[in-house]
Design a protein. Structure first.
Length: 319
């Protein structure tokens, strides 16, 4: 008799928990699908670029396919290419300043496709960091909605405004820097970064070596960027009538960076990655001489930016 009573009294609670769990799982799936659709919308605008040759578009699709089939490998490739997105985008005919985002979108779309095909969850709600990222994402979305409503109220009829907004985000998002999309750009960058964070956390659970490998690719990419800055300096020295005088002036007063136009941002990038490179050297990892060489290149790249704040930050981190 007591067993029957316990069953009857516990059934509503169990039923309620089951319903809540299903609602949460369904909501998570709907949000994931909507987020994936938004990423695909931005990603496909690359194929609308008239300045990009067909072979490049095929290569871009292949990169996305790689990220879908092997997300871990795709993430490493993107980690190596994204910091050089500016020069790569310029070579491919893309809009300056959008190369890194274009490369990251390829990974995000590929990873989201992988999750959907495997019917896995887009994030783990039991992980505090992932839950915080999702919550911040909702804040960004809400802020974007408010900002667009305010912008629409200042410009004209809602129908015309949102029609232009939809056309721009579905066809020309990666094609130009439209001032009317400044809120969309800012929100998209934040949301893409949050999705990338969640993807890295989930993939790192599958491979314990992945964080170290990503750090190594980050060092390689930054060292490559520093090498390009040194090459630009060398080309200037070779063109100068007085090589020694120009080199002296360049090392003391000229500021340059090849991969990022913002010199302070470039300096911060080199300083941050230098700490990782030093860590590899101190850890005595394999190919220590390679990490030492990469550290030297990063310090050279940092010096050429002339960013005092980045230099100070690196010194403080060393202390």
């Amino acid at each position: 008799m007591s067993g029957v009573l316990n069953f009857v009294t516990s059934t509503p609670a169990v039923l309620a928990q089951t319903v809540v769990k299903r609602v949460v799982d369904t909501s998570r799936g709907v949000v994931g699908v909507c987020g994936a659709a938004a990423l695909v919308t931005l990603w496909q605008t690359f194929f609308w670029l008239e300045t990009v040759p067909p072979v490049t578009k095929i290569a871009y699709g292949a990169l996305t396919a790689l990220c879908a089939a092997q997300p871990t490998t795709g993430l490493l490739v993107v980690a190596g290419l994204a910091p050089l997105g500016g020069p790569i985008g310029g070579l491919l005919g893309a809009v300056p300043g959008r190369g890194a985002e274009t490369i990251v979108l390829a990974f995000l779309v590929g990873w989201a496709s992988h999750i959907l095909v495997r019917r896995r969850r887009f994030w783990d709600s039991t992980d505090g960091l992932q839950s915080a990222a999702v919550l911040l994402g909702w804040v960004v979305v809400a802020s974007l909605v408010v900002a667009e409503l305010v912008a629409q109220a200042r410009t004209g009829p809602p129908g015309d405004y949102f029609r232009r907004l939809l056309l721009s985000t579905t066809t020309t998002y990666l094609a130009d820097l439209n001032p009317s999309l400044q809120h969309v750009y800012a929100a998209a960058h934040l949301l893409e970064g949050l999705v990338l964070l969640v993807a890295v956390i989930l993939l790192s659970r599958q491979s314990r070596e992945l964080p170290t490998r990503i750090a190594g690719m980050a060092v390689a990419a930054a060292a490559g960027a520093a090498t390009l800055s040194c090459v630009r300096l060398a080309m200037g020295v070779l063109r100068a009538p007085d090589h020694a005088e120009f080199l002296k002036k360049a090392l003391t007063s000229i500021r340059l960076s090849f991969h990022v136009s913002d010199l302070n941002a470039a300096g911060s990038h080199f300083a941050m990655i230098s700490v990782i490179a030093f860590g590899f050297v101190l850890a005595g990892r394999r190919a220590r001489s390679v990490w030492l060489a990469a550290s030297g290149l990063l310090l050279a790249g940092l010096w050429l930016t002339g960013s005092r704040s980045a230099l100070a930050a690196l010194v403080i981190a060393g202390l």
